[in-house]
Design a protein around this ligand. Structure first.
Ligand SMILES: [Zn+2]
Length: 188
């Protein structure tokens, strides 16, 4: 008899966990689709000139040697290729980090999102913190600073939804890959 009591109870807990998981999963994916729609409405541009669909690969979920989730799109390109602002905004922070090398953190005009460009060989002349930039402005040049392999220069592009404190170093990563593919589709 004990088993007969236990089983439904266990089943109820299991059902609750499944439903809770579904609810959280749905809330999470609807936030992501809100982000996607919000970023789409910003009419973003490409971070490298002449980018083609074949140049892009979804590297968001790949692991990295430093143990952190990648949460970005890597785009291989020759060293010195200009890196362009993907949207209007403000250069909030120029920062050298061990992993990212020379990096740019650009806030969008509403300070909802941060566009992050890493491994830059160098910054564009005149780029400085606090400076407003327009979509397509040159921020720097592709390189391999930080933990990128010297023989594999690339742009590491990430997009973060900023928290209420608007800290440039904190945010929720949003996959740039589908956004970039959409931009390329619209150009055809
Ligand atoms: Zn990367």
């Amino acid at each position: 008899m004990r088993c007969a009591f236990r089983r439904p109870f266990t089943a109820r807990i299991a059902a609750g966990l499944v439903l809770g998981g579904l609810f959280l999963g749905t809330a999470f994916s609807s936030q992501l689709s809100d982000d996607f729609a919000a970023l789409e409405s910003r009419n973003l541009g490409l971070p490298l000139p002449g980018l083609k669909r074949a140049d892009l690969r979804d590297t968001f979920d790949e692991g990295r040697a430093n143990g952190k989730p990648h949460e970005a799109t890597d785009i291989m390109a020759p060293r010195g290729t200009p890196v362009l602002a993907i949207g209007d905004g403000t250069v909030t922070k120029l920062f050298y980090s061990r992993f990212g090398g020379n990096t740019v953190y650009e806030f969008d005009p509403l300070e909802t999102y941060c566009y992050y460009y890493a491994h830059l060989d160098r910054y564009a002349p005149g780029i400085r913190e606090g400076m407003p930039v327009r979509k397509g402005d040159v921020l720097g040049y592709v390189g391999s600073t930080g933990d990128a392999r010297p023989d594999a220069p690339h742009l590491h592009l990430a997009i973060y939804r900023l928290g209420p404190e608007k800290h440039w170093w904190q945010g929720t990563a949003i996959n740039p890959y589908p956004l970039l593919m959409n931009i390329l589709d619209e150009q055809r």
